[in-house]
Ligand binder design. Structure first.
Ligand code: GLA
Length: 688
């Protein structure tokens, strides 16, 4: 069979939007498999992920293989037209492995060796674990690569394991040797002159295990880099094994949004399709916007290509302290939100609710109460919806705004002993994203240093580590006319997390025309800002009662080096100093600097002004004034999602047909409470 240029696109071209969930047949008997497969077909399910946790079943004793039951499962599914995303079972080794080889079990930072009895109980550094994982994977792949039901491969599950044990320490040293070449270079990079931390040889180095006091921040940063690279090695070796036998079907693994232990920018190019597990908290009022950010990240990780929502909940999860279920309408809306933002697959954890084990209270597509339930009716409805959206498959979201984010900078910015723990990288990212989400403005994410051509607005909410390349990209963007906005505590450090010398934000100083000398956490109540005339006019429009803008959390002692000062601090340590500046170089774009965390309203206004200045608007201007209503454009389709519990009318010029209902819409589109409308330019436009 010819190898398609885009393996995932070839699959969705064939099957349409992928719909289904994790299926754990080892928990059920063959009669239940038959019932499941039938119900799947009736619900419109076309893909299930099988075998994620089946290792103990495949290999009940060392070296023994039992695949016969899986033969039957695959045949049963195939007979009902349900394709399989077959998992390598390596996330959860059998108990015998840890029993016979305790060194396969992970050790935490306190030196405690964790035991079997839950899942993920493996050290990614253990050679025995890795050999055992590859052996079972090799046999699984050899047996099923030719099976007609298998259309996709799923390596492991939610990679994110960390081990501080001896074998991990040994591999860490090798990684460090490769990175630094000599112990002298490592000492330099880690700043070991501080606190007498000098190392005489690599053998002396350990992972950042429990220490008496704060650990060396560069050691901690490098251990995170190493742990992410080590897991990627595991993914790759299983992926390569599959690839050698099956060059055609897509291979992936499931990400976890802004997961703190793995650098997904380095992982994404190794996946045929980016896949993600998303469990927004239904009690969080900002969940829809924050999900939008995660989904935009997933699309961006895949360079704009369609991605896959691999797992989510139909109703309740069981791992938070308090787990209220979401409604079927919400589950539908969240699924369609993912499609709007580029997903060509919508799956759940899991198909049939477990009756035993740690996830017995986790919702599923088929609840304990069976098919005659509200949840399952919702599942069937969603299956039908996704079928109707087949025409969006492959469609792209086009963004003129890009937001910079990367893992190393996040890690370094949040190491121990910093100006304030109240300034969080993700908090900043979310705060900057929310007004854009509300305005229906499409946003991509990019790693600092990536090519920014094609974007008119570049947002840098907090970039702590700034490399020369990253700084040059920002300068180039301003030079070619883009607007750039940089937030506080940026440009602080180099790749080794050493504070750059001179006034901050170091490499970004010139382009921004502003520089600073002191980082200043602010009192809880924040600090008043005095806004210069142009900004005051903006805020007055937003805030007719004249309440001033405020800086919260964090400010900086700055001076303008040529930038226009748009806001200054009033009172306190920073009294009279600039809080917000803008440099407009001749012939270039605009370079804004926010030397504080502004209140929500002021931040929204500032970003709004930047977008207006750059001529960037939302998909449907009207949604900006409809809080909780989201508009996204994907390909030729416009999605309008109403996250509120009241119906809304949204002006959409040119009548169209709603792909979901087939109803003709007037210029004023009615979106029911909690509902979604999808308007495709190619379908039912008036006058065509
Ligand atoms: C993740 C895991 C699943 C399951 C769900 C529960 O997505 O991959 O195995 O534990 O969480 O929400």
């Amino acid at each position: 069979m010819a190898v398609p240029a885009d393996r995932f696109a070839a699959l969705t071209h064939d099957l349409g939007i992928l719909y289904g969930g994790d299926y754990n047949p080892e928990q059920w008997t063959p009669d239940v498999w038959r019932e499941d497969a039938r119900l799947m077909r009736e619900a419109g399910v076309n893909l299930v992920t099988v075998g994620v946790f089946s290792w103990a079943r495949y290999e009940p004793a060392p070296g023994v293989r039992d695949f016969a039951w899986l033969d039957e499962v695959l045949d049963v599914l195939h007979a009902q037209g349900v394709a399989v995303d077959l998992a390598t079972p390596t996330a959860s080794p059998p108990a015998w492995l840890g029993h016979r080889h305790p060194d396969t079990l992970p050790v935490d930072a306190d030196g405690v060796r964790l035991v079997a009895g839950s899942r993920n109980h493996f050290s990614p550094a253990s050679s025995v674990y890795r050999d055992s994982a590859l052996a079972v994977t090799r046999d699984l792949v050899a047996r099923y690569a030719g099976h007609a039901a298998v259309r996709m491969w799923h390596v492991g599950n939610e990679f994110g394991q960390v081990c501080f044990g001896d074998e991990s320490a040994a591999r860490f040293r090798v990684w460090l040797q490769e990175r630094y070449g000599s112990i002298g270079a490592l000492n330099e990079a880690w700043g070991t002159t501080v606190w007498s931390q000098h190392y005489g040889a690599f053998e002396e180095i350990l992972p950042p295990r429990r220490t008496v006091y704060h650990v060396n921040p560069t050691q901690a940063l490098d251990f995170r880099r190493y742990s992410s690279d080590l897991l990627l090695e595991l993914y790759r070796e299983q992926r390569d094994l599959i690839r050698a036998v099956d060059p055609v079907r897509p291979v992936t693994t499931n990400f976890m949004g802004f997961f703190p232990l793995v650098d997904y920018w380095s992982w994404a190019p190794e996946l045929d399709v980016v896949a993600d597990d998303q469990y927004p908290d239904p009690t969080d009022p900002w969940a829809p916007a924050d999900s939008g950010l995660v989904q935009d990240l997933m699309r961006s990780l895949g360079d704009g290509r369609p991605w896959m929502l691999m797992e989510q909940a139909t109703a309740a999860v069981s791992w938070r302290a308090h787990n209220p279920p979401k409604s079927p309408e919400r589950a539908r809306r969240e699924s369609l939100q993912a499609v709007a933002r580029g997903a060509d697959g919508v799956c759940f954890f899991q198909w049939r609710a477990s009756r035993a084990g740690a996830e017995r209270f986790h919702s599923a597509m088929l609840p304990h109460a069976g098919a005659d339930t509200r949840v399952h009716a919702g599942v069937r409805r969603l299956g039908a919806d996704l079928h109707r959206l087949r025409s969006v498959v492959g469609g792209r979201v086009e963004a003129r705004v890009v937001m910079l984010f990367d893992w190393a900078s996040w890690w370094a910015a949040e190491e121990q002993a910093r100006p304030t723990v109240r300034l969080g990288v993700l908090d900043q990212l979310r705060a900057w994203y929310r007004p854009l989400w509300q305005a229906g403005v499409a946003v991509d994410l990019a790693a600092p240093g990536a090519d920014l051509d094609g974007y008119d607005v570049v947002l840098v909410p907090q970039s702590y580590l700034v490399t020369k390349t990253a700084a040059r990209r920002v300068e180039d963007a301003v030079d070619r006319g883009a607007s750039v906005v940089v937030g506080p505590f940026s440009g602080v450090a180099d790749e080794n997390a050493h504070v750059r010398q001179g006034r901050f934000p170091a490499l970004l100083r010139d382009v921004l025309g502003v520089s600073g000398e002191e980082w200043v956490p602010l009192p809880h109540a924040g600090v008043e800002l005095r806004l210069a005339a142009p900004l005051q006019a903006l805020l007055d429009a937003a805030c007719p009662d004249g309440s001033p803008g405020r800086a919260t959390t964090f400010g900086e002692l700055l001076r303008s080096d040529g930038a226009e000062v748009l806001a200054t601090f009033v009172g306190g340590h920073l009294d009279g100093g600039p809080a917000l500046t803008r440099r407009v170089p001749p012939g270039g774009g605009q370079a804004w600097y926010l030397g504080c965390v502004p209140d929500e309203q002021l931040l929204g206004r500032v970003l709004g002004e930047v977008l207006d200045g750059a001529g960037v608007g939302g998909v449907l201007p009207a949604v900006a004034d409809l809080p909780g209503v989201e508009a996204v454009r994907r390909g030729t389709a416009t999605f309008v999602l109403n996250h509120t519990d009241l119906p809304v009318s949204v002006p959409v010029p040119g009548a169209r047909t709603d792909l979901l209902t087939g109803a003709r819409c007037g210029d004023l589109v009615e979106v029911p409470a909690g509902g979604v409308v999808v308007l495709d330019d190619r379908v039912g436009t008036a006058g065509r």
